[in-house]
Design a protein around this ligand. Sequence first.
Ligand SMILES: [Zn+2]
Length: 121
Amino acid sequence: MSRPRKCRKVCCLPAVTSFGPTGRFCAAAGPVFMTIEEYECLRLIDLEKLTQEECAAKMNVARTTVQATYNSARIKLADCLVNTRELKIEGGDYYVCDGSETCCAAKGRCPRGTASDDMNF
Ligand SMILES: [Zn+2]
């Protein structure tokens, strides 16, 4: 029996889904893969200054889920910076919100464009 998947609501998709160190670097470790919902947690908490509770409400999940997602996003970012690894943002378990008037995307505060092929807005 498989665990039911928790689908996170995401307002903003990354405009760029691949980042990497410039100049001389060691690429031996390969890229770090960040999910779209990890990206959204970083955006909401670190950039929009939302609390984990507010972030959870916005993404339609439990606060514990946000906490775990946010923690893993931070670890991945640190891994990229410290170990000069490439970052790729893709995949995950999410849906893009409908862009209602309370949505930050509707207020023009975030990009919603990406080369991703699973966009559904
Ligand atoms: Zn939204």
